[in-house]
Design a protein around this ligand. Structure first.
Ligand code: GLU
Length: 319
């Protein structure tokens, strides 16, 4: 089948969340996504995921753009800003409602924790116990508390990750019915990301593997909204010496601080390229010079441990 060029071309995206500063871990994922797009001669969009309003930090969106520019990563077109696209998400919510695929849920986080018995993944929280699942989508009249909209999980779509191979996650155990619209009146990540990726014609989603459990949920939403899903690539994260995902306890690994300490972007990019298996030694290189060396298959499948000596070797001491 010959696809029209607009559908066949590669469209990727970088999707920073301005809920905090971007760190070395974010930089590694962005570098991979940028190289994959540039190597494929594709388009790369930039989307600011700023709908998580209470957690959005003033200035963090601009800082993320500055950090990307500093690294030598660019994008095509003007950035897409989620907070300016509410009507689009509302339209998708209506489609889900009409199909009776979602229900209003008045449970609070502590209600869910109290009702849950099964063990759960650290970042996922307990599987939703189904307390409000008896409600129909138009059952709104007797609700006396703010409510979220929850998507009824019917099955757990398996998918082929272009880096990891086949992935199968049982959503009934991991999270259960999931929120698509928060009680605060804003779309949840799962819905916004699918609406945006579909609306922008994104064909390749490259992101950290902490988001693996989101993918079967997003596939359910693609199906419900009758949109074609992209190809997914989930790459290992950067972790600290304790094996946990990079955070404040590992010292300051924010790109802004590393830059202010006088580290050259090519030096950091070289370290990241070495961690991905594209260089034999961590030596300075620009993202553009890495394009011919890029190969997804060379990226080690285990997380990259950012030992403090590695940062010291590039002239930076995390405190
Ligand atoms: N905004 C998310 C993050 O910064 C990425 C979401 C995605 O790639 O789907 O972790």
């Amino acid at each position: 089948m010959n696809l029209p060029l607009s559908e066949a071309a590669y469209v990727g995206r970088l999707a920073p969340s301005p809920t905090g500063a971007q760190h070395v871990g974010n930089a590694r994922t962005y570098l991979i996504a940028w190289l994959a797009a540039r190597r494929a001669d594709g388009r790369l969009l930039l989307r600011i995921e700023d709908i998580d309003s209470p957690r959005v930090k003033p200035g963090a969106a601009q800082q993320a753009l500055d950090d990307l520019h500093w690294l030598g990563l660019d994008w095509d077109g003007t950035p897409i800003v989620q907070s300016q696209r509410l009507p689009l998400y509302e339209a998708a919510l209506s489609l889900l409602r009409e199909q009776e695929l979602i229900y209003p849920c008045t449970c609070t986080r502590s209600d869910i924790a109290a009702a849950a018995s099964a063990p759960h993944l650290e970042h996922e929280g307990p599987a939703y116990p189904g307390t409000c699942a008896h409600r129909r989508a138009d059952d709104l009249s007797r609700l006396d508390r703010p409510f979220a909209w929850r998507f009824r999980v019917s099955d757990s779509p398996e998918f082929m990750d272009a880096y990891r191979g086949p992935v199968s996650i049982d959503l009934r155990q991991v999270g259960g019915d999931f929120v698509v619209w928060k009680s605060a009146g804003t779309p949840a990540y799962q819905l916004a990301v699918v609406v945006d990726d579909a609306d922008s014609g994104v064909t390749e989603v490259i992101r950290g593997d902490d988001l693996l459990p989101s993918t079967p949920r997003q596939l359910l939403l693609y199906r419900a909204l009758k949109r074609r899903p992209p190809r997914f690539v989930h790459v290992p994260l950067v972790v600290g010496e304790d094996g946990r995902r990079l955070a404040k306890r590992h010292g300051d690994t924010r790109l802004g601080t590393i830059r202010a300490a006088g580290v050259r972007p090519e030096t950091l990019v070289g370290l990241l390229a070495w961690s991905c298996g594209w260089l034999r030694r961590p030596e300075p290189i620009s993202p553009t010079d890495l394009i011919p060396l890029f190969d997804l298959r060379l990226i080690p499948t285990h997380p990259f441990v950012l030992r403090s000596e590695l940062l010291q070797q590039i002239g930076y001491s995390p405190i």
